[in-house]
Design a protein around this ligand. Structure first.
Ligand SMILES: NC(=O)c1ccc[n+]([C@@H]2O[C@H](COP(=O)([O-])OP(=O)(O)OC[C@H]3O[C@@H](n4cnc5c(N)ncnc54)[C@H](O)[C@@H]3O)[C@@H](O)[C@H]2O)c1
Length: 395
């Protein structure tokens, strides 16, 4: 079937968070007219004016768009998996003018979700596709450089989506049925979580054995095949990797299946925080310190990126603060929405601590300077523990 909508001249992006703002920039670069829609007035204000783009909280401003790219969240504000933002959008979209539009779901969604969503659009659900976003903020790779897996409900929706992304220079990988696209994204997130949970478990063993996990990983990585180096840390954080695998576990449960490896990776990720805290408690109590002064290095959810939402480092600092006096040091974290219950410093402290725990390392993290601050340094990124002087003889 030939596409009726070609060429698409106006692209609307729905949800202008981390991903939506990048999608918008992608379409702006193609020279298209773009319109960005978000329900949050503060978010629209924060984005400021964008050349060639109308940003709005009014759903009616999407009327002109021939294609809508949905970059809506899949978590509730408290971090539970939730597709409520889509419910709200379906309701809001009822007031749009009747006209055929391509709808591309860029969000990560449960398997089967896009098909159900299309059914809720009624007659307008014919041109629905899913092209899950795989952007990795802070990595330095542009969103448009990452190939997009595309699934669609009709041949026409597939053709329109592939043509659209082609015009932005984005490589596409068509799959069928649409559920393959949904499952591929959940597989990517789950694969990452299983590997991160495992490497953290392994790093803990190394710390206990007195060897450095990073040295072991570097050695294993000299094998030219069948090994993929993962870096340890304080656990996977952020709004994707720890949470999206839950959708795969739900799908398994609904189909009478258990996925114990994935389930353990989810719980193992949560446990890493308690395990490191337990190890630190042992180290300190060996020197009679029950309540120590601890510096946690790193607060954002990943290196070289300021976003602290769902940060494992903050969860770790909070857990530690139940037993110790904790200060968090992070020179680049976004302090605007930083939790008030966690003490944050943005420059290298000058006082001494009973222990320093490196939860994550941004570029230029000065480990030598941190070493001077305490007799105990737990470097979770290297999977190493350094005790440089007896705690009981420290000044
Ligand atoms: N952040 C990442 O690194 C990343 C990477 C790949 C995929 N994803 C996926 O992309 C999607 C979006 O993630 P994000 O990190 O950009 O989320 P985000 O929380 O940063 O942004 C979501 C935006 O949507 C807005 N919004 C909420 N409900 C809305 C509605 N009904 N209508 C219009 N706007 C609405 C919010 O105000 C917010 O600005 C998620 O499904 C996520 O899993 C995220």
């Amino acid at each position: 079937m030939d596409a009726h909508l070609n060429p698409i001249s106006r692209v609307g992006v729905v949800g202008l968070g981390t991903i939506g703002s990048q999608e918008l920039a992608l379409w702006q670069r193609t020279g298209r007219e773009t319109v960005g829609f978000d329900v949050s007035e503060p978010r629209i204000k924060a984005l400021g004016s964008q050349a060639g783009s109308r940003l709005s909280t009014r759903i009616g401003d999407l009327n002109d768009a021939d294609a809508l790219i949905l970059c809506l969240p899949n978590l509730s504000p408290s971090g539970e998996n939730s597709m409520a933002a889509f419910d709200r959008f379906v309701a809001d979209a009822q007031s749009l003018d009747e006209k055929e539009r391509l709808v591309v779901v860029a969000s990560t969604v449960p398997i089967g979700f896009t098909r159900e969503l299309a059914a809720r659009f009624g007659a307008n659900g014919r041109l629905v596709a899913h092209a899950p976003e795989r952007f990795d903020p802070g990595r330095g790779t542009e969103l448009g450089e990452i190939p997009r897996v595309v699934g669609a409900l009709t041949v026409e929706a597939m053709k329109l989506t592939i043509d659209l992304y082609k015009q932005a220079g984005v490589t596409t990988h068509p799959v069928d049925p649409i559920e393959v696209a949904e499952a591929s994204k959940l597989l990517e997130n789950s694969f990452r979580l299983v590997n991160i949970s495992f490497i953290n478990e392994f790093a803990e063993l190394c710390r206990r054995l007195g060897i450095v996990a990073a040295d072991v990983i570097d050695a294993a990585a000299t094998k030219p095949f069948a090994f993929m180096a993962h870096q340890p840390g304080v656990g996977a954080g952020g709004t994707c990797i720890p949470t999206m695998p839950r959708y795969l576990l739900d799908a398994a449960r609904q189909n009478g299946l258990e996925m114990p490896i994935l389930q353990d990776a989810v719980t193992g990720n949560e446990q890493i925080i308690e395990r490191v805290a337990g190890h630190l408690r042992e180290l300190l109590s060996a020197s009679g310190i029950e309540r120590g002064r601890v510096l946690v290095v790193g607060a954002s959810y990943k290196p070289n990126y300021p976003d602290a939402r769902a940060s494992a480092a903050i969860a770790f600092a909070r857990g530690l603060a139940k037993h110790h006096s904790v200060v968090v040091y992070d020179p680049i974290v976004d302090s605007a929405n930083f939790p008030k219950d966690v003490e944050l410093v943005r420059s290298m402290p000058e006082t001494r601590f009973d222990a320093v725990v490196i939860a994550l390392k941004h570029r230029d993290t000065n480990v030598d300077a941190l070493r001077q601050l305490s007799p105990v340094l737990i470097d979770l990124v290297r999977g190493a523990v350094e005790v440089t002087e007896s705690l009981s003889t420290r000044k």
